[in-house]
Design a binder for this molecule. Structure first.
Ligand SMILES: CC(C)(COP(=O)(O)OP(=O)(O)OC[C@H]1O[C@@H](n2cnc3c(N)ncnc32)[C@H](O)[C@@H]1OP(=O)(O)O)[C@@H](O)C(=O)NCCC(=O)NCCS
Length: 156
């Protein structure tokens, strides 16, 4: 069963997803057409948490987008609205997504996270992700380069 309120992301949700993504990643906003292209690509799937029953651009609370290729899945993007963080939403999204990836054939999930993103790192470690590599200068933030850590989690 999906976690309460969490459901698969659909093309109609992608305007709201782009708005929320731009709030959460102001240095690298993705447009709605980019999301549409991604969701239409092979192996891409995602889940969202609406913050109310009436989903509109203002009410999307969080979402996660992943790509499955053979037996590996990759987190493409994952965010929760700033005012709704630390209330368990990110955990609910991962709790819904990870077992489904296993059903779709993935045995391992990989992701990149900025080395100074302590909150996300704490969450991922709680879900069993471990560091398997580093990507120097992976992100650009206001002209500054920031290293990424590559994390992986074997799906049970
Ligand atoms: C990372 C993110 C998705 C977490 O979402 P969330 O809904 O706040 O996560 P949860 O409430 O489920 O957090 C679960 C646990 O993770 C850890 N955690 C989450 N955010 C944390 C923070 N800012 N500082 C320290 N620990 C944190 C805590 O252990 C937390 O449990 P607790 O609240 O009982 O202490 C959210 O902070 C976010 O969107 N950040 C900006 C975008 C981003 O960095 N995405 C990930 C890119 S790789």
């Amino acid at each position: 069963m999906p976690e309460r309120g969490v459901r698969p992301i659909d093309t109609a949700d992608l305007g709201a997803a782009a708005v929320l993504h731009a709030r959460c990643f102001p240095h690298e906003p993705w447009s709605r057409p980019s999301f549409e292209q991604l969701l239409a690509s092979p192996g891409v799937c995602g889940w969202l948490a609406p913050s109310s029953e009436q989903l509109d651009e203002a009410s999307l609370a969080g979402f996660i987008l992943l790509r499955i290729a053979a037996d590996e899945a990759e987190v493409l993007t994952f965010c929760v609205a700033p005012e709704q963080r630390r209330a368990g939403l990110g955990s609910r999204l991962l709790t819904t997504a990870l077992p489904r990836l296993r059903l779709f054939g993935a045995q391992r999930v990989l992701l990149e996270v900025a080395e100074d993103n302590a909150g996300a790192l704490a969450l991922y470690r709680r879900f069993g992700f471990e560091e398997v590599g580093q990507r120097p200068n992976y992100y650009s933030r206001e002209g500054e380069r920031v290293d990424a850590l590559l994390l992986a989690c074997d799906l049970p």
